[in-house]
Structures are given as structure tokens and as C-alpha cells.
Design a protein around this ligand. Structure first.
Ligand SMILES: [Zn+2]
Length: 203
């Protein structure tokens, strides 16, 4: 029987996109992953999805696609629809110094709550597990979230040892490695718009 991948409910099921479809510019890729999710859980994540898109598409070293999502879907859509979201984002701005290709760049960054980031990434991990390894039961699993500064060395290592999935051009990359068969213990790495990288350890 199909169940919601987040709460286990069998009622009012709908398809949830993993990663969320709002991260992708139109036309969306046709190979996006969907899993069964109850309407309640699905709706609970819609605001988190929107604010996560603002956060990930705002980073200075984002891909071209990330830049276009920021311009078209954040500036011309989210911020127009919700002035509240816009003012909250402006309030969270902080000056930052980043090093891109060895050059120091001064810019402004959005501060984003770690709790929301974790909630988003744990949900993503649960969705992928349901899709790729439905036999694994994540009830009771613990999730640790780390922010990683992306570099070529890490990416090369991941490509050698991890299972790789890419969705959309410059939108989303994912690597995962299970430590053993049929147990939750695993490592996941996610990259959004080629700019933000996170690692999730599950045990
Ligand atoms: Zn649910």
C-alpha cells in the first residue's frame, strides 16, 4: 500500500517532487523524482520550499540557472506576491567576504536559519530514500547536517565513490553512499545551483 513518505498516512495522497519543483526554471525537466505524500505534509513544506529557493539562488557563486531563478522566480514572483517575504529577506542581509577562484569578493549574503535548512534537507533525504531504497525504514533515524564549501577535490572524490544524480542544468546535484545494505546509515551530499553544498549523515 502507498503511504506518505513523511508521516506514513494513507489518506489524501498526492505526488511530492524531490527536490521540490519550484527550484527549477520553466520548462521543468521531465525526469524529476516524485514520491507519495499526504496533502497535509506537502502543504506544510510549501513555504519552506519557497524560502529555501530564495536562500540557495541568492548565493554569489551560483550557476547561471541559479541567477535566472533568482531574477525570474524570486525578484519577479516571490517578492511581488509577498512583500513580507521580501522585507524579511532584506532584514536578514549581512555583509560577507567570499573567495571565488582565489579572488576576494565583498558582497551581501542572506542569513538563513539552520533549523529551516535542516528541515528541508532531512525531508529531501527521506524522499530520496523512499524513491531509491523503499525497503529502508527511516523511523528513528538521526540526521546530522553540515555545510561544505564546494571545491573540485571534494567533487572528484564524490564522483569516484558515491552514487550520483543530477537534475536540471545547474540546479541540483546529489551524491549518496550507503554504508551497508538495508540500514539507514548513509551519507548524502547535495549541491544547489552549483553554489551551496551540504552533507547529511544518517544513522
Ligand atoms: Zn504525511
Amino acid at each position: 500500500m502507498e503511504t506518505c513518505y513523511l508521516c506514513g498516512s494513507i489518506d489524501d495522497l498526492t505526488r511530492d517532487h524531490i527536490p521540490p519543483k519550484n527550484l527549477f526554471p520553466s520548462p521543468k525537466p521531465s525526469n524529476l523524482i516524485t514520491v507519495w505524500c499526504c496533502r497535509k505534509c506537502n502543504e506544510r513544506y510549501s513555504l519552506i520550499d519557497e524560502s529555501f529557493r530564495i536562500f540557495t539562488s541568492s548565493v554569489i557563486n551560483r550557476s547561471k540557472t541559479g541567477e535566472s531563478v533568482w531574477n525570474k522566480k524570486v525578484m519577479q514572483s516571490s517578492f511581488v506576491r509577498s512583500p513580507k517575504l521580501k522585507s524579511a529577506t532584506i532584514k536578514s542581509l549581512v555583509p560577507i567576504e567570499e573567495e571565488i577562484n582565489g579572488i576576494k569578493v565583498k558582497a551581501t549574503g542572506i542569513t538563513y536559519p539552520i533549523k529551516k535548512t535542516k528541515s528541508f534537507l532531512v525531508r529531501l533525504t527521506k524522499g530520496f530514500t523512499r524513491h531509491f531504497n523503499p525497503e529502508i525504514d527511516l523511523a528513528g533515524a538521526k540526521f546530522k547536517v553540515y555545510h561544505i564549501t564546494p571545491n573540485q577535490q571534494i567533487v572528484d572524490m564524490l564522483h569516484q565513490k558515491f552514487f550520483y544524480v543530477e537534475k536540471g542544468d545547474g540546479v541540483f546535484r546529489m551524491w549518496r553512499m550507503f554504508v551497508k545494505d538495508n540500514v539507514p546509515e548513509s551519507v548524502w551530499v547535495y549541491v544547489f545551483y552549483d553554489g551551496l553544498m551540504f552533507m547529511i549523515k544518517v544513522n
